[in-house]
Design a protein around this ligand. Sequence first.
Ligand SMILES: [Zn+2]
Length: 202
Amino acid sequence: METGKEFGLKIMEHLNDACKKWKAEEDIDYSVYGTPIEATTYKFAKCLKERFGVVKGVTDKNYITNSYHVPVFEEIDAFSKLKLESEFQRLSPGGAISYVETPNLQDNLDVVIELIKFIYDNIMYAELNTKSDYCQKCGYTGEILVDDNLEWYCPNCGNRDHNLLNVARRTCGYIGTNFWNKGRTQEIKERVLHIDNKEANK
Ligand SMILES: [Zn+2]
């Protein structure tokens, strides 16, 4: 991880240097922005695959990772993730956000407070992502899941009708509810929790 971090920071510094140069030359206030990359996550992944082929760990998925975020499938705890990304946020003065994925934390507010305090002390801007989905067919509340074909289904009754499923997920910087393209759906499916369930139910 250290090598990747050093390389990532170098890229960020390079981008900041370029902005500084353009600013001086053109008197326009350029700045580096941690893009949410929305549907581009899928489009860029397809273009990179076309150009470079399938490179293991780089272009072997339907999505690429937003800005300098730790990839969603990486096993890392919430505090380490926030600390690591904070070093990149300071090089993203045009805008930035970090996320941690959590299970349902409504019965463990101590963890929520601990996380928020950590965010306050360590990073400019971050949020917690939790699940609060609903199946209109059977009344299930919890997490609606994604199967191996990247289709959404209710784990309680098997309902797959998008019109009868309410799914809310952090998409980029906002919470989306209108379902997503294949790339984003795979990215959502592969998100690992940064606070485990044991911690949440303590
Ligand atoms: Zn259901």
